[in-house]
Design a binder for this molecule. Structure first.
Ligand code: IPE
Ligand code: IPE
Ligand code: MG
Length: 258
């Protein structure tokens, strides 16, 4: 507009306020609210899932930018198999498409890919694409992106218990030897540190069968934002909120401070 000088706006990001010495090693996200986002915009549910892929891209990039080592995304639960077949099929298709489209970028960004869950249940083409991608990215050393697919924590724990029981039965281990550390080796998250921070979007305050064992001492962050609306700045906000908490692990505040 004539006569009005353009003002230069300096945007301040929450990212700049983050303490780089207190970045969580592992962040887990329950990406929820795609269906409601689609409905809000007068579209079919799958439209929300498609839009949600953009938020996945955003949090993967944001994690890399601040040096998060592990990012676990709850993409499809055991219970989600019970959704209408059209939605399940569309989600599987979207998964294949996302893997195909994103592998090159992930590679450029030094991202490794991992997967947790009952992978055997996935359609063969999804499994093949997934393993191919994991293999292509296996020598990367930056962020490890872990997709929870056909995952549920009760399934994982029962599975671990079964394998442990067999090993006890066969005399490979003694029942008395079983401890936290050994049990963790039987989970699909073997070798992955427990998350320090768990984020859930869409204003639902529940865990929905996600990482029950692993979140024993995790900090929770809930936001009303629907997953497709969750962007980098929201992610940094969650990390900032986490950084301003005191993790006591059962001790007193005085013990932690000293
Ligand atoms: C999360 O969004 C994605 C999956 C569970 C696959 P939803 O599909 O659960 O969306 P809402 O909760 O119905 O809005
Ligand atoms: C949890 O979301 C699973 C994923 C995000 C993949 P849901 O939408 O399936 O969870 P509930 O049914 O609302 O608890
Ligand atoms: Mg949901």
């Amino acid at each position: 507009m004539p006569g009005i000088r353009k003002q230069k706006l300096t945007t301040v990001s929450v990212k700049d306020k983050l303490d780089r010495n207190k970045i969580p090693n592992h962040i887990a996200i329950i990406m929820d609210g795609n269906g409601r986002w689609a409905a809000k915009h007068g579209n079919a549910r799958i439209f929300g899932h498609e839009k949600g892929v953009e938020s996945v891209r955003a949090v993967v990039e944001a994690s890399g930018e601040i040096g998060v080592k592990f990012l676990t995304l709850y993409a499809f639960s055991t219970e989600n198999w019970g959704r209408p077949p059209e939605e399940v099929n569309a989600l599987m298709g979207l998964l294949i498409q996302a893997i195909e489209n994103e592998t090159e970028k992930l590679n450029k960004n030094n991202v490794r890919l991992g997967v947790i869950g009952n992978i055997e249940q996935l359609p063969i083409d999804v499994k093949n694409k997934l393993f191919k991608c994991i293999n292509n990215l296996k020598s990367n050393s930056g962020l490890t992106l872990i997709l929870a697919l056909s995952y549920s924590s009760k399934w994982e724990i029962i599975n671990a218990v079964k394998k442990l029981a067999v090993n006890v039965q066969e005399g490979k281990i003694l029942a008395e030897e079983i401890n936290d550390e050994m049990f963790e080796d039987y989970l699909t998250t073997k070798g992955i540190p427990n998350p320090e921070l768990l984020i859930r979007t869409s204003g639902e305050y529940r865990i929905s069968n996600f990482l029950l064992w692993q979140i024993a001492y995790t900090e929770f962050y809930f936001t009303e934002k629907l997953w497709p609306d969750f962007k980098k700045e929201d992610f940094f906000e969650a990390v900032y909120n986490y950084q301003n908490r005191e993790r006591r692990f059962g001790k007193t505040s005085e013990q932690i401070v000293s």
